[in-house]
Design a protein around this ligand. Structure first.
Ligand SMILES: O=C(CO)COP(=O)(O)O
Length: 257
C-alpha cells in the first residue's frame, strides 16, 4: 500500500475526558470527509486516543481514511503484565499504529532502550506501524542532536533486524515538547535530513515526522524536509488541525508543479 506523502498525527495524551475525545474525533472525522487530500490518501491523518476510547474512536472514523492507534503497547506479547495492553489487542480493535518510546513514557515510567526495542518488534509482528519517538534531552547543535537520535534509532531497531514493515519516526526534541514554540526550523530540518539517511534493516521503510509544540504554520515553513507532523496541544482545536491539513494540501500542490 502506498503511504501518504504527508502524515498529520495527533496523540491526545491524557488531556481529554472520554466525552471530549469523542466530540473532538467527530469534528476531525468531518474535516476528513470534506478534505479531498485526506479522502484520496495524499494526506494521512492518524489519531492516538487513550486506550478505553479506541473502539469508539475507530467506529467514529469508520467511513473516513483516518487511522487510529495506541499511545503505548506492552513490551511482551501476552501474559502476566498487569495494567498493560498488548500490540495484538490493539490490532484486534482495529488500531493500525502504536506509539512507542514517547519522552513522557521514558521519563515517567523509566522506559528503556530494551523495552522500546521489544515494543517495536511486537508492533511490527502485529502489523502495526510503530510511531517511534526519539529526541535529544537538552537543546544542542543539530549535529549532536542527530547523533543522539541515531543512537536511539539504532537501539530501538535492535530486535527488528529481520522484520518487515513501515516505521514512522517521530523526531521530538524533548526540550520542545510542551513548550510555547517548536524547535527552530533549521534545527528540525538538519536533524530530519540526518535521520532520513540512517541505515535501516532491509525490510523496514521509514518516514520522518516532527513533533514538539507543532501547530499551524510550521509545516509550510518546514516544507519537504519532513514527512509530516506529530501534533499535541496545538491540534486540540479542530479548526487548527483543518488549517494544517490545508497547509499539507498546498505543499503537495506546490511539489507536484
Ligand atoms: O509530544 C507531542 C506529541 O506526541 C507534542 O506535544 P505538544 O505539541 O503538546 O508539545
Amino acid at each position: 500500500m502506498t503511504q501518504p506523502a504527508i502524515w498529520l498525527g495527533t496523540s491526545l495524551k491524557m488531556y481529554f475526558s472520554y466525552a471530549q475525545t469523542l466530540a473532538w474525533c467527530r469534528a476531525v472525522a468531518q474535516i476528513a470527509r470534506q478534505h479531498p487530500a485526506v479522502r484520496d490518501g495524499r494526506v494521512g491523518l492518524f489519531v492516538l486516543p487513550a486506550f478505553p476510547a479506541l473502539p469508539a474512536v475507530k467506529a467514529l472514523f469508520a467511513d473516513t481514511p483516518v487511522r487510529v492507534g495506541a499511545q503505548n503497547i506492552a513490551p511482551a506479547a501476552s501474559g502476566a503484565w498487569t495494567g498493560e495492553v498488548s500490540a495484538s489487542m490493539v490490532q484486534e480493535l482495529g488500531g493500525t499504529l502504536a506509539e512507542i518510546g514517547h519522552a513522557e513514557r521514558r521519563r515517567h515510567f523509566a522506559e528503556n532502550d530494551a523495552q522500546i526495542s521489544a515494543k517495536v518488534a511486537l508492533a511490527l509482528q502485529s502489523h502495526l506501524t510503530p510511531v517511534l519517538c526519539i529526541g535529544e534531552a537538552q537543546q544542542d547543535t543539530p549535529d549532536a542532536a542527530a547523533e543522539a537520535c541515531a543512537i536511539q534509532l539504532r537501539r530501538a531497531l535492535a530486535e527488528a533486524q529481520s522484520l518487515h514493515g513501515s516505521l514512522l519516526l517521530a523526531y521530538e526534541p524533548q526540550w520542545a515538547i510542551g513548550a510555547p514554540q517548536p524547535a527552530p526550523e533549521g534545527h528540525i530540518r538538519a536533524v530530519c535530513r540526518a535521520l532520513r539517511q540512517q541505515p535501516l534493516p532491509p525490510g523496514i521503510t521509514l518516514q520522518v515526522i516532527y513533533g514538539g509544540s507543532a501547530g499551524p504554520g510550521l509545516l509550510s515553513r518546514l516544507e519537504e524536509s519532513v514527512d509530516g507532523l506529530f501534533l499535541g496541544r496545538f491540534a486540540h482545536d479542530p479548526a487548527a488541525l483543518a488549517q494544517i491539513v490545508d497547509e499539507a494540501d498546498a505543499l503537495l500542490a506546490r511539489e507536484s508543479v
